[in-house]
Design a protein around this ligand. Structure first.
Ligand SMILES: [Zn+2]
Length: 237
């Protein structure tokens, strides 16, 4: 099973992050960035919450519909989930909160680091000027911090995370029920030239193996594009 929509989800997350990052690209000084960071965590949480609720909802449904191909009796799980999709909104909200906290923390760390950075020789910033003085270094720093590249990385990594979590939870619903089937996961890399040394040894490893290192599956690292392939096993366990 594959997600034709996962790239659309990545772009949607990226766009939501850019709603918060975009206005910060106009910050003229480090102090201004610092002041405006006070609102960043709440703004990100708000921008991402609904997007992740929807990703979880669709990914959980996707697994349950996949099970229905095996046994139409699984309609019952789909109906139950549609009646009460709280699992998806709880997981979506949790992930939005975690991302907002992590992105805000790492932004704050990078601001502290930038303030302490020595001015590069040959830079037009006058000797003794505060690092908050506008300079090519500051522009580069601000553009990296709030640019599309960082938003895109968040989109890819966190969509991978949401899909793995959603599928693992949906698989657990089926596996923990009285159903005669269980869902079993296998780690699948994007299997192209961009696959990294962290992920290629995980390619086609079964759940018993990958879960020792990555309990709920991908991502294994930022921008990880791996996924889990699920297969139905008859019999318990
Ligand atoms: Zn990977």
């Amino acid at each position: 099973m594959d997600y034709p929509q996962s790239e659309a989800w990545e772009r949607q997350v990226e766009a939501q992050v850019m709603k918060v990052f975009g206005p910060l690209q106009s910050a003229r000084t480090v102090d201004e960035i610092d002041r405006r960071l006070a609102n960043m965590q709440g703004d990100l949480e708000q921008a991402l919450d609904e997007a992740f609720d929807r990703i979880y909802e669709q990914a959980i449904i996707f697994v349950l519909l996949f099970m229905m191909q095996e046994d139409p009796g699984y309609q019952q799980f789909v109906d139950e989930f549609r009646r009460d999709p709280r699992l998806a909104s709880d997981l979506g909200t949790q992930q939005a909160k975690r991302i907002a906290a992590e992105v805000t923390d790492s932004t704050r760390r990078r601001v502290v680091e930038f303030r302490g950075r020595p001015v590069r020789p040959g830079s037009p910033v006058p000797d003794g000027a505060a690092p908050s003085t506008p300079s090519p270094e500051f522009d580069e720093f601000r553009n990296n911090l709030f640019g599309r590249g960082r938003a895109e990385a968040i989109g890819i990594t966190e969509t991978t995370e949401a899909i793995s979590q959603a599928e693992t939870q949906a698989a657990a619903i089926v596996t923990n029920s009285t159903s005669p089937h269980a869902l079993h996961g296998t780690w699948i890399t994007a299997d192209d030239e961009k696959v990294c040394p962290i992920c290629w040894p995980l390619h086609e490893q079964p759940q018993e193996v990958y879960s020792l290192t990555f309990r709920n599956g991908p991502p294994a690292h930022p921008r990880c594009r791996c996924r889990i392939r699920w297969a139905v096993r008859s019999g318990r366990g």
